[in-house]
Design a protein around this ligand. Structure first.
Ligand code: BES
Ligand code: ZN
Length: 283
């Protein structure tokens, strides 16, 4: 995996004036990401990319699905949010680059996806990469999608949320948030980190409220996890302002790369046969 690829995605997404759920540039950003993921999936018959439309606003979520080879009714979900917001004064032309919140999460997922597909990875379970619309206005896109899954026939065996991955504000590399998440799956992530990313320093914290899209899945009864860039108190102070730029995340993508690696480890292990058993053992 390459931090330069992550940088390119963050710069492209943060170049839209904003990615607000009601603005034309929010729609344009959805179209841009759908095209980017379609390009990554080119020539793979087991992968589809679609835009999921939502009632009441024009920004569509983007979903890339890799069909599982053995368990077509079991799915793994990796998500981040596509939209951005300028909390002080939202308009069509507002500058809300959202480089960290949450272009970084989309970029980490995109690089995990690219590297998995470059190596020809074929999961046994379905894997869905989802870029949610309208997170910043009440988790609306993810709520819509999680409810649809609850009503559907297949099961979702695990959900990973990446929201803010590129600003290193505290001593540890990755903080697992313990609220609105599943303690068994969090223990599984600890095992993944010690097996695949043993040099990373791990901490724990919480938001204290339903702060991102994992909470939408948790509310529907699915196991979720939310690895975060810093402790809650030392998060990126520029979010929701015009200053949430790549430069203000230190002009680097090394931090987001750690989350890309963790996302790939999660997707590959959860997509394989053994993952559920291993989760139980970790518990
Ligand atoms: N990325 C933030 C959540 C966040 C902020 C986590 C700071 C940890 C530290 C997310 O995009 C967001 O802004 N969430 C809203 C709540 C949501 C329900 C609208 C928030 O935190 O105010
Ligand atoms: Zn936000």
């Amino acid at each position: 995996m390459s931090d330069k690829n992550i940088e390119a995605t963050i710069l492209a997404l943060s170049a839209f004036p904003n990615r607000y759920y009601k603005s034309q540039s929010g729609v344009d950003a959805s179209n841009w990401l759908a095209a980017k993921w379609t390009g990554i999936a080119a020539g793979r018959p087991n992968i589809t990319v679609k835009q999921v439309t939502h009632a009441g606003y024009p920004q569509a979520s983007v979903m890339l699905s890799i069909a599982g080879s053995e368990k077509p009714d079991e799915s793994v979900v990796l998500g981040a949010h596509l939209d951005s917001i300028l909390v002080s004064r939202m308009s069509d032309t507002a500058q809300a680059p959202g480089a960290d919140d949450d272009a970084s999460g989309i970029a980490s997922l995109t690089e995990a996806l690219r590297s998995m597909l470059d190596r020809g990875y074929r999961p046994k379970r379905n894997i869905h990469f989802i870029a949610y619309a309208a997170e910043e206005v009440g988790l609306r896109g993810s709520q819509d999608i999680a409810r649809t899954y609850r009503q559907g026939k297949g099961s979702v065996v695990g959900v990973l949320q990446l929201d803010m991955t590129n600003y290193k504000g505290a001593a540890n590399d990755i903080y697992l948030f313990t609220d609105y998440t599943d303690s068994m799956q969090n223990a599984f992530l600890v095992q993944l980190i010690s097996s695949y990313l043993p040099d990373l320093k791990l901490g724990y914290d919480k938001c204290g409220y339903a702060c991102s899209d994992h909470a939408s899945w948790q509310a529907q009864g699915f196991p979720t996890s939310m690895p975060f860039e810093s402790s809650f108190a030392r998060d990126n102070p520029a979010i929701h302002t015009a200053k949430d730029t790549y430069a203000n995340s230190g002009g680097q993508a090394a931090h987001a790369l750690k989350f890309a690696r963790l996302a790939a480890a999660y997707a590959i292990e959860m997509g394989s046969d053994q993952a559920v058993l291993e989760k139980q053992k970790a518990h």
